[in-house]
Design a protein around this ligand. Structure first.
Ligand code: NAD
Length: 269
């Protein structure tokens, strides 16, 4: 039985992960963590979520319950992920990170610490999106330089970071395949007399509205035709299920930094 600690337990993702774990074989909830002084501290997490009493109370510090789990699933905020990973690594626990919006510096530090334990990190845990990552890599390789690449992402009005980590990852995959530096070719929104589109740019546009769970469209625009690839998330459950699958997988791996391509066996050797 894989024992899971969920950080960000009262968040939109944390709640779905804990609820879905309760109906999944081979995995159980062992800890639930919220931020310091959270109003739900001390509350039974199962009772809070209408799942019945679990005996697992919400703690306000990962250190208080780290011993109880095999793996930590983190959907919190970019500025706390590194502390959580350090605690997991120091206690020889695995980690699944879904949190997005990390700065380049935070990501670099995180990758260093991740080497000391087993860690899966992915800006999007859905199976469909991860298949789309692979398709985009192939398509960019086939189409080459002749098609303009534009990415449009849409999310709910409560999302804090922009553009989405998924959109950035899509842009990175395409830039890498085309031999471009995303720091130089990424264009985030456009306004005013900007002139003609440069051949190499990869446009990334952000939409925030209502309760959109998450949509990503990548356009490869050529002369006389265009290809569009779209993924639409209908609920958060696809991300939560992916995170649970990653948690069951990572506990049996050797130390290292992995992503969902590894979990799903999509990486080419
Ligand atoms: P949310 O704001 O609803 O939840 C975040 C939770 O983390 C809150 O309950 C908050 O109190 C808690 N938190 C903050 N600091 C904490 C700390 N120090 N310890 C413990 N808990 C703490 O946000 P959300 O919609 O659940 O998203 C969380 C993150 O996951 C975001 O970065 C989002 O972009 C990302 N996300 C990733 C995927 C994916 O598939 N990888 C999918 C959806 C969301």
């Amino acid at each position: 039985m894989v024992k899971v600690i969920v950080t960000g337990a009262a968040g939109r993702m944390g709640k779905r992960i804990i609820s879905l774990i309760s109906g999944t074989e081979g995995i159980e909830i062992a800890g639930a963590v919220e931020q310091k002084g959270h109003i739900l501290t001390g509350t039974d997490v199962g009772e809070y979520l209408g799942l019945g009493k679990t005996g697992v109370v919400i703690d306000d510090d990962l250190l208080k319950c780290i011993e109880k789990g095999d793996v930590v699933i983190d959907f919190t905020h970019h500025d706390v992920v590194l502390d959580h990973l350090r605690i997991a690594a120091e206690n020889n626990k695995a980690m699944v990170i879904g949190t997005t919006g990390l700065t380049a510096e935070e990501t670099e530090l995180l990758q260093e610490v991740a080497k000391e334990t087993r860690c899966v990190m992915a800006p999007n845990m859905s199976v469909g999106v991860n298949i789309m990552f692979k398709v985009l890599d192939d398509v960019a390789g086939i189409l080459g330089e002749d098609y303009d690449v534009e990415i449009i992402e849409a999310h709910h009005n409560l999302k804090k970071d922009a553009p989405s980590g998924t959109a950035v990852k899509m842009a990175q995959i395409i830039a890498d395949r085309l031999g471009r530096d995303l720091d130089k070719c990424g264009v985030y929104g456009r306004k005013g007399m900007i002139g003609e589109r440069t051949k190499n740019e990869i446009g990334i546009q952000t939409v925030r509205a209502g309760d959109i769970v998450g949509e990503h469209t990548v356009i490869f625009g050529g002369i006389g035709e265009r290809l569009e690839f779209t993924h639409r998330a209908h609920s958060r459950d696809n991300f939560a299920k992916g995170a649970i699958r990653a948690a069951k997988w990572i506990v049996n791996q050797s130390n290292g930094f992995y992503d969902m391509q590894d979990v799903l066996g999509l990486r080419e050797s």
